[in-house]
Ligand binder design. Structure first.
Ligand code: SF4
Length: 302
């Protein structure tokens, strides 16, 4: 429960995930050591797929260096830092995500479904009420949809939540004979993602959060914080406030094999909240200030 609470506190899925298109993260075969090169290559490759909004930045990215700026018209523009070097700095600042079991996968799914478009406190109240009202998840699936209204009311949008949750748990029960997702632990990533995305109310971010937190898969669940911060870092140049499938795929492909993706996910969200919000970034107080190209920001250099 503590971990679930923190998951939501980090804003992992406090948005309308139904807005997200499907996505599948990929990972390279590189080792951690060569992962930096792979990540940088991935960044450059990804950039060729999308329109660059700032020409100078484009040239800086093509320079493909992580710490040396390129002087363009008197302005020093840094290239995108590698995934491992960003991750290392963030772990020093915030620490790694604890390597411990998250408990039953179904609990992760329910939690993340309830955590969309509400506060952490309201999500937790609804989750606790749901657990108190029913002795197990099969009971929830067997209950009438209306019986879920009361427990889910604190989270808001309770009718829609009840409908999606009831339908999702029923679909799981039909598929596995019980409301359990433990079978997914033996499934390959792509099949896990496909099945989760087939469930009512489950979008890309919820699916990836379940895979990441619940199944310990190296999948980067991309929320709006990560989407914004990674764009400023130069890891992608996809536009818009909402992560796209292509964008999530691109970011997922930057993760080196064997990489601690979950810690990076959590720490990027922490950074997004602490130093790099959607408004004016506080680069002077940011641990990435010396290596971040600060793309799309103005006058934020420390
Ligand atoms: S706060 Fe500034 S330095 Fe830090 S990630 Fe955001 S744009 Fe980069």
């Amino acid at each position: 429960m503590k971990k679930k609470r923190e998951n939501a506190a980090l804003g992992a899925v406090q948005e309308d995930v139904s807005m997200l298109p499907d996505s599948q993260a990929a990972s390279s075969d590189a080792t951690m050591v060569s992962g930096a090169k792979t990540a940088r290559a991935g960044i450059s490759a990804g950039m060729s797929d999308v329109e660059a909004s700032v020409g100078e930045v484009r040239r800086a990215r093509r320079a493909n260096t992580s710490s040396v700026g390129e002087t363009t018209g008197g302005a020093s523009i840094r290239a995108a830092p590698s995934v491992p070097e960003v991750a290392e700095i963030l772990v020093r600042r915030y620490g790694p995500w604890p390597d411990e079991s998250a408990g039953p996968v179904i609990e992760q799914l329910v939690w993340f479904l309830l955590s969309t478009r509400t506060t952490v406190e309201n999500c937790e109240t609804a989750y606790t009420a749901l657990r108190s009202a029913f002795s197990n998840w099969d009971e929830v699936a067997e209950a009438k949809e209306e019986e879920l209204y009361g427990p889910l009311r604190p989270a808001g949008l309770y009718r829609a939540r009840a409908k999606n949750l009831h339908a999702a748990l029923s679909a799981i029960r039909e598929r596995f004979g019980a409301v359990s997702l433990e079978a997914l632990r033996a499934w390959p990533d792509d099949e896990c993602e496909s099945f989760l995305l087939s469930l009512p109310g489950v979008g890309l971010k919820v699916a990836h959060c379940v895979m990441s937190f619940g199944l310990a898969r190296p999948v980067l669940a991309v929320d709006s914080h990560i989407w914004r911060v990674t764009r400023r870092l130069g890891w992608h140049n996809f536009q818009g406030e909402t992560p796209s499938r292509r964008g999530a795929d691109h970011l997922g492909a930057l993760m080196p094999a064997g990489f601690d993706v979950l810690s990076l996910h959590v720490n990027l969200i922490r950074l997004g909240r602490e130093a790099c919000p959607s408004g004016e970034p506080r680069c002077g107080a940011c641990p990435l200030g010396s290596i971040c190209p600060k793309i799309g920001t103005e006058g934020s250099d420390p």
